[in-house]
Write a protein that binds this ligand. Structure first.
Ligand SMILES: Cc1cc2nc3c(=O)[nH]c(=O)nc-3n(C[C@H](O)[C@H](O)[C@H](O)COP(=O)(O)OP(=O)(O)OC[C@H]3O[C@@H](n4cnc5c(N)ncnc54)[C@H](O)[C@@H]3O)c2cc1C
Length: 329
C-alpha cells in the first residue's frame, strides 16, 4: 500500500497557480493525521523557482520536470511526468486540480491504473483507513460522499475550497525528476495559446467577483460593473444569457456550463438566479444580489439583497466603496 500524497501542481507561464498551494495545504493537513509525506510535482518551463514555495505550504519534497517545450499543457508529456512521479514516490493519494488542464490530465493518469478519478472534491477525509471525498452533484443541490479502495486513489480538488496555509516550513529545494519527453508526445499540438486580454485574476481564483446578467441590458453597461470591480479589486463575471448575447466572452461565464467559482464575496447584478447559474457560484461565502424583482430566485441564496435598479444602485455602491477606501487611507 502506498503512503503519503502526491500533489500534481498546476502552473501557467512559470507561475504555480494558487490552487496548487491549496491542494498542498489540504494534503499537509491530511498527512498530519494519517502519516506519510507530501510530495509536490511541478511541470513546465521556468517553474522551478516558484515551485520552491510549495515547501512553505507543507510539501516535504518538491519534484520538478523543467522543459522548454512544456510552456503550455502538453497532455502526453504531463501525464508521463505524473506517472514518473507516482513511480518515484508510491503515494496513497494523488491530487489534481479541477480545472481545464486537470480535467484532462487526471483521467489520463488514472486510466493507466485502470481506475477513475474522484473529481471536483470539496472536502476530503480519511475514514476506516480509506479516503472519503465530498462531491457536489445535481448542479450543487446535493453532496455525494464517496469512498474508494483504489491504491493509489486519484482525486481532483475544486479550487478555493481548501484554505492555503503556510506551515512555517522553509522554501523547498527542488529535485529534478528524470522523464523522457519524446517527440511523439507532441502529436496533439497547441497551435497558439490565447491569454486573456484582461490583466485580471481568473474567476476561479478571484476572492471578489462582480457578475452581471441580462438585467444589465447591454454590453456597454458592463462599465458600471467594471467600475465597482475596480473599486473592490474584483473580477467581473457574467451569466450565460449575457455570454449568449455576445456582451461578454465565454471565459467570463459563471455556472454549470461556465466556471465554478468560490469567492469570499459575490455580487449578482441583474441576474435572476437560475439553478444553472447557482451551480457555479452557490458556494460563495457571501452573496449580494441587486435585482428589481423582489421575487427573483437569487434572493433565496443571497446573504444581502438590494431590491432596486442596477443603474441606480451600482453607481452608488461604487461611490460608497471608494469613500470607505479613502476613509481607511
Ligand atoms: C443546460 C443549461 C446550462 C446552462 N448553463 C448556465 C451557466 O453556466 N450559467 C448561467 O448563468 N446560466 C446557464 N444556463 C441558463 C440559465 O438557465 C438562465 O437562462 C440564465 O442564467 C439567465 O441569465 P440571467 O439571470 O442573466 O437572465 P434572466 O433570467 O433574464 O434574468 C435577468 C434578471 O435581471 C433582472 N433585471 C432586469 N432589469 C433590471 C434592472 N434594471 N435592475 C435590476 N435587475 C434587473 C430581472 O428581474 C431578472 O431577474 C443554462 C441553461 C441550460 C439549459
Amino acid at each position: 500500500m502506498g503512503t503519503g500524497i502526491l500533489v500534481v501542481a498546476d502552473s501557467i507561464e512559470g507561475r504555480i497557480r494558487s490552487t496548487s498551494f491549496e491542494s498542498t495545504s489540504a494534503a499537509a493537513r491530511l498527512v498530519a493525521k494519517t502519516g506519510g509525506k507530501v510530495t509536490a510535482l511541478a511541470i513546465g518551463k521556468g517553474v522551478s523557482e516558484n515551485a520552491r514555495e510549495l515547501g512553505a505550504y507543507g510539501a516535504g519534497r518538491v519534484l520538478v520536470v523543467e522543459d522548454e517545450r512544456l510552456a503550455g499543457y502538453v497532455p502526453a508529456a504531463h501525464a508521463a511526468a505524473a506517472l514518473a512521479a507516482i513511480r518515484a514516490t508510491s503515494p496513497r493519494l494523488v491530487f489534481f486540480t479541477t480545472n481545464a488542464a486537470g480535467r484532462d490530465l487526471a483521467p489520463r493518469v488514472a486510466a493507466r491504473f485502470q481506475t477513475s478519478v474522484l473529481a471536483d472534491c470539496v472536502d476530503i477525509a480519511f475514514e476506516n483507513n480509506r479516503p472519503v471525498a465530498v462531491r457536489p452533484v445535481y448542479a450543487g443541490k446535493a453532496n455525494l460522499r464517496v469512498s474508494t479502495a483504489d491504491d493509489p486513489a486519484f482525486l481532483a480538488l475544486r479550487p478555493r475550497m481548501f484554505p492555503a496555509q503556510r506551515t512555517g516550513a522553509p522554501l523547498a529545494a527542488v529535485e529534478p525528476l528524470a522523464v523522457a519527453i519524446l517527440p511523439e508526445m507532441f502529436q496533439l499540438e497547441i497551435a497558439s495559446f490565447a491569454a486573456s486580454q484582461k490583466k485580471k485574476v481568473d474567476l476561479t481564483e478571484a476572492d471578489i467577483i462582480v457578475s452581471g446578467g441580462r438585467g444589465m441590458k447591454g454590453s456597454e453597461h458592463f462599465a458600471l460593473l467594471e467600475e465597482l470591480a475596480g473599486a473592490l479589486g474584483a473580477t467581473v463575471g457574467a451569466s450565460r444569457a449575457v455570454v449568449d448575447a455576445g456582451w461578454r466572452p465565454h471565459e467570463d461565464q459563471v455556472g454549470q456550463t461556465g466556471k465554478t467559482v468560490n469567492p469570499s464575496l459575490y455580487f449578482a447584478c441583474g441576474i435572476s438566479g437560475a439553478i444553472q447559474h447557482l451551480a457555479g457560484m452557490g458556494r460563495s461565502k457571501v452573496i449580494v444580489a441587486v435585482n428589481k424583482d423582489a421575487d427573483a430566485p437569487i434572493f433565496g441564496v443571497a446573504n444581502y439583497g438590494i431590491v432596486g435598479d442596477v443603474f441606480e444602485v451600482l453607481p452608488r455602491l461604487t461611490q460608497e466603496v471608494r469613500n470607505l477606501k479613502k476613509a481607511q487611507g
